[in-house]
Design a protein around this ligand. Sequence first.
Ligand code: MCA
Ligand code: AMP
Length: 500
Amino acid sequence: MTLHLVDRAEAYSNRTAIVVGEDAYTYSDLLRVSSIVATRLLSGRKNLNAGRICILVPPGWDYVVMLWGIWRAGGVAVPMAISHPPAELAHVIEDAKPEAIIAHPTLFAQINNLADERGLPVLESSTLSQEIPLCEIPIVQEEGPSMILYTSGTTGRPKGVVLTHKNIRSQVESLTVAWGWDHDDHILLHLPLHHVHGIVNVLLSALWNGSTCEIFPQFNAVEVWERLSHRNITLYMAVPTIYRRLIEAWKRANSATRTAWASGAGACRLSVSGSAALPVTTLELWEKITGQRLLERYGMTEIGMALSNPLNGERRPGYVGKALPGIEVRLVDEVNHLVAEGEPGLIQVRGATVFNEYWRQPKETEAAFTTDGWFITGDQAVVEAGAYRILGRSSVDILKTGGEKISALEIEGVMLTHPGVRECAVVGVPDVDWGDRVCAVIVSEDKDHLSTDELRAFAKKRLAPYKVPKEILIVPELPRNTMGKVTKPEVLKFFKPEKA
Ligand code: MCA
Ligand code: AMP
């Protein structure tokens, strides 16, 4: 069987699939260029047979045709974060063991040494789409793997979540029904393209439905407002931090600009928030400015989207609605017994959207599921008057900053490799802009010779930008309980929460 996503594109032929700046590309362009990429990747072979290929390409046309080209050649795409320093990219390469890395020339400096050291070819994205006589494109099984996305957990470095083509198809089918996707939709995309949010909810949902996805290479509040003010964007999706930034930019604008911007956002048929808790104040401000009530939904890399407020009907502030079509969600206690409505419980999810495995981590995979196949999310919630309200994570060591999930333990591990650091504790301080503001307390080996600037520079070299603590305090000792364990609630007291 061929991929349904690709089959459907045949029917959309001359419709516009992707817009980037002044350039517009049709579904026919997408089919043609992705088959060129597939031919070049195959280079005489019949099928990539689930070989991994990393993509280090900024959001844009090149990214989309590389992703489709890998899939059409029978490969597994491993999208990498373009903002990550080599030390983080090295982990992905080591773990995914790709056969090649596709990189945009602007990102060669980040990857060339890593690839050379491992004898891996770096393929230039623009070269891969240059005309060539096409080969026969293999038949790709929907049950097979399509992507590996890296996500932080409570243990070790980020794990690879293997999503199959069928998982992705089930995810877009569910969102199509729930959010009423249609071929006349036109969505704006500026989210990073190594997460489910940007890839599945925005890009692939648009391409599944014959809609248009307009890509900005990065987020810029003024550019987004200006684009919305043309009043022909029908769908918009972002994380709460971004809505906050948009609100701040709107407040700084003059009165005429404010009116034009607000009316543009108000012309969208739907604006969605997710990836982190949407503060009720943000929802209210957005509604006051644009007349639109944001639709908040809940999801996770391992499961796609699970819960959503309704397209039609009441969207309750502070709630994430009900289970999406085709997805089972339940709340249980510590021994897997269902909890009653109104009682807090642990969220578990089951269905065709849910991943099968962490890449080459059978033990982690087994621990992530109950014996009857429910995925244990690690989030807690309560159902009140039929709708779910997210209460937070079970682990204090999993943080969400600007929609990015991070592990406090991973950051602590990296900081401890600094010779001047004896002890370190990382916490997420409640923050209305970031969700969690990443902060660290450090006990130094030699206080007089360790500066917080040096520690930040050390972290920046080794960690993704959003994992670098925004505040670092050097303290004489860490707070501990009677058992000698560091008490994170006490660590939190070193920092000031920024509430709305
Ligand atoms: C950038 N910085 C951050 C973050 N992003 N700090 C904390 N958290 C972040 N997320 C840092 C930069 O390193 C910089 O630090 C400073 O903040 C300002 O950078 P700036 O360039 O202004 O930031 P930005 O590039 O505008 O990025 C902010 C952002 C971005 C637009 C909010 O983080 C973003 O697009 N987030 C969305 C992530 C996302 O799509 N998550 C979905 C995953 P310094 O000044 O010190 O250098 S969750 C998912 O997929 C599941 C399935 C779901 O439910 O959706
Ligand atoms: P990730 O693993 O990066 O896909 O992030 C998934 C996590 O984001 C979930 O496990 C939740 O903790 C969090 N999350 C996603 N959407 C929401 C939401 N609407 N409210 C609260 N938390 C959310």
